[in-house]
Design a protein around this ligand. Structure first.
Ligand code: BT5
Length: 324
């Protein structure tokens, strides 16, 4: 059940710029005027700026920067994505929670987001470092009516969404390293993980998760000889508000995803290629069996890597690692 506190925030948020009287709040919430006043004081302690005028009532002037269901929803301009948001201070993995929620019939567009993940997951058995409050660790539950074999396209679609937001909102020049890494200046700033539950010809649900390093200083970034990591703060010398970034990403995702469902994948593929890291250049490819160098010629309509095999014949790869 929704808490009185959340109901109060909702009432105050709905009214945007207008005041809402203490009496009306007390009637709507079914609590005394002094209980309303106590709740308002609690909100102020949590960083909400609330103006109170004796003959008019209350209005919210500013939400706190701290991430919460309410602060992400405040001013979020999406039609269906993020209408249901669950925020956690700490969680094992937002993917795991999203699977549970999806199995409990969570609606299309449900968003799971956490300040910290203790077991953030990458692909296969890899891990994703998700330090508390430093980045966006978020999973979306989607129920698209597409054949299961099209689901990998959602990884590529999410990559161009993140790249678009980084270019247009953060004003950096991102690149996408096939299939799912977002790089700035050659260093990884985000990764995407797409998982699904499906039958042969029907998707039950898809979970698209991404991790975006935002406010880490250089010292706070994961250190590893195998990969180079970066954050938006390191690249731009600016601290970013996680709530604002999430809103930008959700709005851009909704637009791009709806476009894909209506018009197909061709434009998204073209855009992906315009962001492609080492497109047209020689890359170092590793599969389960071999390791060789070949040119990166593009991606297919279903997102596979187009390159050449060791004998120089054109080939497409659905899973492989590209070395840095
Ligand atoms: C990915 O896998 O890049 C997908 C990462 C998806 C993370 C999100 S966060 C929200 C949701 N909940 C989850 O539990 N997961 C998703 P992959 O391509 O396998 O890359 C993993 C590799 O990236 C690791 O083996 C490290 O080399 C590197 N890595 C780990 N943490 C990193 C970080 N914070 N920044 C940059 N690189 C990192």
């Amino acid at each position: 059940m929704e808490s009185t506190r959340n109901k109060l925030i909702n009432l105050l948020s709905k009214n945007n710029d207008q005041y809402i009287s203490g009496q009306m709040l007390s009637d709507e919430l079914n609590i005394s005027r002094s209980a309303v006043w106590k709740h308002i004081n609690e909100l102020k302690k949590d960083g909400y700026e609330i103006e109170g005028k004796s003959n008019k009532g209350y209005r919210i002037i500013k939400f706190p920067d701290k991430m919460s269901e309410n602060t992400i929803k405040w001013g979020l301009k999406t039609k269906w994505l993020g209408k249901n948001i669950k925020h956690f201070d700490t969680v094992t993995s937002t993917q795991t929670v999203a699977h549970e929620e999806a199995q409990n019939n969570a609606i299309n567009g449900t968003v799971i987001v956490a300040d910290e993940q203790t077991k953030g997951r990458g692909r296969i058995t890899r891990n994703w470092q998700s330090t508390s409050g430093k980045g966006v660790w978020l999973s979306m539950i989607l129920r698209p009516e597409i054949p299961p074999q099209e689901a990998p396209k959602l990884t590529l679609l999410t990559a161009i969404v993140l790249a678009d937001v980084l270019r247009n909102y953060v004003h950096v020049e991102p690149q996408i390293k096939w299939p799912n890494d977002i790089l700035i200046n050659g260093k990884k700033t985000a990764g995407i993980l797409t998982e699904m539950q499906a039958e042969q010809d029907r998707i039950w649900y898809v979970i698209v998760g991404f991790g975006l390093n935002v406010n880490h200083t250089i010292e706070e970034l994961p250190e590893n000889i195998n990969y180079k990591a970066t954050s938006l703060r390191v690249e731009t010398d600016t601290e970013w508000k996680l709530n604002d970034l999430i809103q930008e990403i959700l709005v851009t995702f909704e637009k791009t995803y709806d476009y894909y469902l209506e018009h197909g994948f061709a434009d998204i593929k073209e855009k992906w290629e315009s962001y492609g890291f080492k497109m047209g250049k020689e890359i170092s490819i590793k599969t389960m069996k071999s390791h060789w160098k070949a040119p990166f010629l593009g991606i297919t309509n279903d997102g596979a890597l187009i390159t050449k095999d060791m004998d120089g014949n054109r080939t497409t790869l659905y899973s492989a690692e590209i070395d840095w």
